[in-house]
Design a protein around this ligand. Sequence first.
Ligand SMILES: Nc1ncnc2c1ncn2[C@@H]1O[C@H](COP(=O)(O)OP(=O)(O)OP(=O)(O)O)[C@@H](O)[C@H]1O
Ligand SMILES: [Mg+2]
Length: 508
Amino acid sequence: MTIPSGAPGSPPALELRDIRKSFGAVVALRSGTLSVAGGSIHALVGENGAGKSTLVKIVAGLYQRDGGIFRFHGEDVDFTSTAQSKSAGVAVIYQEPTLFPDLSVTENIFMGRQPTGRFGRIDRRAMRHEVERLFTRLGVTIDPDRPAEGLSIADQQVIEIAKAVSLDASLLVMDEPTAALSGVEVERLFTIARSLRDEGRALIFISHRFDEVFALCDTVTVMRDGAYIATSAIADTSVEEIVHQMVGREVTELFPKQETTVGAPLLEVENLTSPGVFHDISFTVRAGEIVGLAGLVGAGRSEVARAVFGVDPYREGAVTMQGVPIPRGRPTDAMRAGLALVPEDRRKQGLVIESGVGGNITLSIRRQLAKLGFLTTGMENRAAREWATRLEVKAHALDTVAATLSGGNQQKVVLAKWLATQPKVLIIDEPTRGIDVGTKSEVHRLLSELAGQGMGILMISSELPEVLGMADRVLVMREGRITAEIARSEATSENVMYAATHASELSS
Ligand SMILES: Nc1ncnc2c1ncn2[C@@H]1O[C@H](COP(=O)(O)OP(=O)(O)OP(=O)(O)O)[C@@H](O)[C@H]1O
Ligand SMILES: [Mg+2]
């Protein structure tokens, strides 16, 4: 392998110094500095909007910098296209994989550079053979001939990585790769990342999950407001120190769930079944209560949420709000009855990407405001501003186009939009995914406050500390069934994990 190693004396694989980048009046990077050695995994952390993704996009050739030094293996470079960075040995794995759904796994890996045999024909056997070799090396068990369509995000990411390895990339960047992965999938990703590091490649890992940063990385660089703050060896730093560098202040209590008096049942779900997806799901959400829905990614939690809200069909069972049946498949009726769903994939399902921040936030309440007989721009702006402030949305102005917000800030806008409708029951899927540590406690505080005001909340979360800290009652799902219901006082990571990974002893 011809990977320049991180041997003493050799230059870092990547060196960025004082990188500047503005988009019109928005300064995304004031002074981006990062030095990544071959044979190491380097964490890049910072609050939502700190400039992490922008820095990476400059390395990928997607954006051009306005100023600063950019060296790759000791040479000054200017990548003006992604093709250029790719051929120089940079591979970027974005949070949302960019595979072609209709093409096979093998075709995706070889996209744009199919090996040709005699007569210039695409040599399918050679491709297939190479993919098998790659998968064996990476310990992957995906069928190379199946289409990319329908693969889990985890598998799609692994295919992106396989692609990077087959291109012999010397620098691999992973921008929040674990956000949609289950524990097992994260472990597989980490095993692959470590073996790539041990081959001498350089890796950049962007994440809001500190446990992962500490488990995987050798070095960490903290950014704040588009500027470099500090770089430390993981062994010499701590979560507290990193958080302090990120936020510039102490972050208090992560999970401040307050005690509330639980009131009358609001949402009742009875024996909901959708063959092959979920089976015999029954639960109740009462006023003032946060019900946690835990389980591994893929257990069917989001599917249940979507069926309850009416966006997906189900075959049997019933959903009622305060005793009134909600017809299946009718989200408008569900909303009218006081139900709201904040979906998991907010970028795709919750955001009008070409609209402004304000317009997105007031999208759902516009009708409510109009019903009062007078909807003024002033009212709308006030509502938008209030929620944008409560959720600390970092945007230049209320009319800033949602597409240009950082990933985490887009998440916040969708949260704001649904919270602004002040539903009776809020179903929220992964409330803090992709959200930075400072705002995370703010989101928790807000959910707790809303419950305190009598809202019923069904919170789907894959983060155990979040479930244990926030939920009054924990439902656990595994393979489409509820395997346990555990009261707050009884819930531990052990019994929740157990129920998430073992069939219930109660059901057959
Ligand atoms: N194409 C663009 N046009 C205008 N502004 C942009 C554009 N891309 C990024 N920005 C702005 O640059 C800043 C940095 O965004 P960036 O996406 O780099 O943040 P991030 O650190 O990756 O945050 P997150 O953790 O939320 O993903 C933000 O204020 C964002 O709104
Ligand atoms: Mg980002």
